[in-house]
Design a protein around this ligand. Structure first.
Ligand code: HEM
Length: 233
């Protein structure tokens, strides 16, 4: 299963200029199961950060840094409603392995009427464009999307502000008594799991992200197995 994840971006990466950074080597020969009957369930599109963290750390021993780095692969490709029920790409440059995925997220959860500063809005039905009826999706004015786990890397779930707090329910923007939208606490070391700092670092430093991605991706491919081999060309 991990190989499914690893093959996807790897198929695209050889054509991307990575300034000499080795993004990882695909190694074959891993046997997860004798049959295909017991397939590992993949993370769901409505996974919270906590569920994502638990899934990757249990299966692969991934750290927060590893998981955030891996999710940067969503700079590539897109969601299609016929597959996942969600329509849209994480970035407009969807064939470029770039850290725009991270930089676009800075500013989520900061209430502001200034669309330039805070272009992300939670999909609530009328504003959902191609995602009418899909909960737990955020969209911006450039038609980019974020899933719940992407958003939760930046803001911490909380009753005061976080509209995904009732799973399956219709998301609502929370406001204070005087009607002012609440500022969401960041998922940083002070308020949460210390994940925001990692997003922030990758948002400004592509090479640090690529290096982190490379080691995390290799862990997914190898999954603790030895004697794997590089497939012949
Ligand atoms: C919490 C973990 C993850 C979730 C919830 C998630 C969710 C999704 C969803 C819903 C799609 C759209 C599928 C479709 O509609 O066709 C997608 C696409 C994609 N994912 Fe993930 N994903 C996760 C982790 C990863 C990881 C770890 C990688 C790679 C390292 C990855 C790489 C990709 C790529 C490259 C696409 C685009 C595929 C295409 O354009 O055909 N994802 N993911």
């Amino acid at each position: 299963m991990a190989s499914q994840y690893s093959v996807l971006p790897n198929g695209v990466l050889p054509v991307v200029n990575t300034n000499g950074i080795d993004l990882g080597t695909f190694r074959a020969g891993r046997l997860d199961d004798a049959t295909c009957n017991d397939l590992l369930e993949l993370p769901g599109k409505d996974f919270s950060w906590a569920q994502t963290q638990d899934w990757f750390s249990t299966k692969f021993g991934s750290t927060n840094q590893d998981i955030v780095a891996l999710l940067g692969a969503h700079a590539l490709g897109r969601c299609e409603s016929k597959n996942s029920g969600v329509e849209g790409a994480w970035t407009r440059l969807q064939s470029s392995f770039s850290n725009i995925y991270f930089s676009r997220m800075i500013g989520i959860g900061v209430p502001s009427n200034n669309a330039e500063r805070n272009p992300w809005e939670q999909c609530t039905g009328v504003n959902c464009r191609n995602n009418v009826g899909v909960v737990d999706i955020w969209q911006n004015t450039q038609q980019e999307i974020l899933l719940k786990t992407d958003v939760e890397m930046v803001i911490s779930p909380s009753d005061e502000c976080f509209a995904f707090s009732s799973p399956g329910g219709v998301p609502e923007a929370k406001t204070s008594a005087d009607g002012v939208p609440s500022v969401c606490p960041l998922n940083d070391a002070a308020n949460g799991a210390g994940v925001f700092e990692i997003v922030q670092e990758f948002a400004v430093d592509t090479e640090t992200w690529w290096a982190a991605y490379s080691s995390a991706w290799q862990m997914l491919v190898d999954a603790g197995h030895e004697n794997l081999y590089e497939p012949p060309e």
